[in-house]
Design a protein around this ligand. Structure first.
Ligand SMILES: Cc1cc2nc3c(=O)[nH]c(=O)nc-3n(C[C@H](O)[C@H](O)[C@H](O)COP(=O)(O)OP(=O)(O)OC[C@H]3O[C@@H](n4cnc5c(N)ncnc54)[C@H](O)[C@@H]3O)c2cc1C
Length: 430
């Protein structure tokens, strides 16, 4: 599959048409789109109510017909998509496979990933003349994340979705074979409910614990949620030493247990971030040490021996490999005379460069984590339909589930795949 995807449709497609229509509050609609009123809601039994107009909810809504409603408490749908990938949306990855996901039930994601591949999303973009490109490591990016949101909204509209924004769902309960939803705009009824309310990351973008709360209410067990794809916070003693490096970045290898990532590393005021640290954070268990190799592919001890008669100090021996400021900070007191250094001193310095080990105080938390790892235990969910095994009619998709992708487009791809799989199942229901 991988090789058949071209690297970009940049040349082949027209400039995407920008839809300026995004109201700030209330019921979202496209031109000619029938407005929904709270009264109308009360008297309608929807085929499906989808809670959360984020990535998975929008994909699900646009992938099956039938009278449905998509509800979000944000004033605009798809807010996270809009800002993802720095506004360019790293929407998928050419090399998606089950191995790119962390879950206590590692086979769960396979069916959905097989049924909706990166190529399928690219087909949607091409059909809608949306430009995209492939970057390093197979990462697929749009040129403007907003184009993707608008494409998803257009699909949802075409398949008969009423989109209700600025409306919080407060509760979901079962009543006479229907689901009753209490919302801030009144109550409504639906034959099926899809929980697409995401995880806890970035509360300012609408993240809430609502999905977890309702899942638990319906008897579903949670794998402890934790912030992931987040930076590490240094322990106090390292923070004061390293804070002067905030803003500096370099290529490094960050290792957590058996997982190692060689990518850019960024020093922050409180620790380290950047792709290498974010990737490692997905595998980190509190209390576990993390190692940084600041000279990946290079043996620092050999380098010091080679330089012993040429370079005066440790930092000058590292000239061209690390900036003097970074080298001095990492080595601490080891920036003195290299030619007179003892073997033990050389080994200590080499160890600091090749295997700098620390126990993070924490990750930077939900306010800055790109995703929530853990979530609803997928052993209670049908892997083909995403329906809760014990509650027919209740579907769960996206980040809410205990399936978390690595950095590089895998989480949005999971949102598309799981949303699509649930939609296929829902389409067959009537
Ligand atoms: C800053 C940032 C950048 C990211 N960049 C990328 C990237 O480039 N590539 C990638 O693969 N992944 C990226 N991610 C991760 C990705 O965006 C998420 O994994 C994905 O959006 C999850 O989709 P979802 O549908 O499960 O949840 P979401 O997209 O979070 O949608 C959940 C929706 O539910 C709504 N909601 C919650 N509670 C309620 C309630 N009670 N009532 C009504 N509505 C409710 C929320 O407002 C939200 O709109 C990024 C995440 C962040 C935070």
């Amino acid at each position: 599959m991988g090789n058949k995807i071209p690297q970009s449709n940049h040349q082949a497609t027209k400039e995407a048409v920008k839809d300026p229509f995004l109201p700030r509050t209330g019921i979202f609609c496209y031109p000619n789109y029938k407005m929904t009123t709270s009264e109308g809601l009360k008297n309608t039994v929807f085929h499906t109510a989808i809670i959360g107009a984020g990535a998975s909810g929008l994909m699900c809504a646009g992938s099956f017909p039938h009278r449905k409603i998509l509800i979000d408490h944000n004033t605009k749908p798809g807010v996270k998509i809009s800002i993802s990938g720095g506004g360019k949306c790293n929407f998928s990855n050419r090399f998606v496979s089950a191995a790119d996901y962390v879950s206590e039930n590692k086979h769960f994601c396979k069916n959905a990933l097989a049924a909706f591949k990166p190529r399928d999303f690219l087909n949607l973009l091409n059909e809608n003349h949306i430009r995209w490109e492939e970057r390093t490591h197979g990462q697929l990016f749009a040129f403007n994340a907003q184009d993707i949101v608008q494409m998803l909204l257009k699909r949802a509209q075409k398949t008969g979705t009423r989109i209700l924004t600025h409306t919080q769902v407060l509760d979901v309960r079962r009543e006479n074979n229907l689901f009753l939803l209490d919302t801030s705009a009144g109550s409504l009824r639906a034959e099926r409910v899809v929980l697409a309310c995401g995880g806890l990351s970035f509360p300012e973008l609408g993240a809430s614990n609502f999905g977890f709360k309702i899942a638990e209410k319906f008897g579903l067990h949670l794998i402890d949620p934790r912030p992931a794809l987040a930076g590490f916070i240094f322990p106090k003693e390292l923070r004061s030493r390293f804070c002067q490096l905030a803003g500096n970045s370099l290529k490094a290898a960050v290792t957590c247990g058996k997982y190692s990532f060689e990518e850019q590393l960024l020093f922050t005021h409180e620790g380290v971030s950047g792709p290498a640290a974010l990737q490692a954070s997905l595998y980190w268990i509190p209390g576990q040490p993390v190692q940084i190799n600041f000279l990946p592919g290079e043996n620092a001890l050999t380098l010091f021996y080679t330089q012993k008669n040429h370079a005066k100090t440790f930092p000058t021996a590292l000239c061209g490999k690390l900036s003097a400021k970074v080298a001095k900070t990492i080595l601490g007191k080891q920036n003195e005379d290299l030619s007179n250094a003892t073997r033990a001193e050389l080994e200590t310095a080499a160890q600091a460069l090749n295997c700098f080990s620390f126990i993070p105080q924490a990750t930077s938390g939900y306010t800055r984590a790109e995703v929530t790892a853990g979530g609803v235990d997928t052993r209670q969910i049908n892997p083909s339909t995403f329906e809760a095994k014990k509650t027919p009619g209740l579907y769960l998709i996206g980040e809410l589930l205990d399936v978390t992708g690595r950095l590089g487009g895998f989480n949005l791809h999971w949102a598309w795949s799981s949303g699509f799989a649930a939609a296929q199942a829902l389409a067959k229901q009537f």
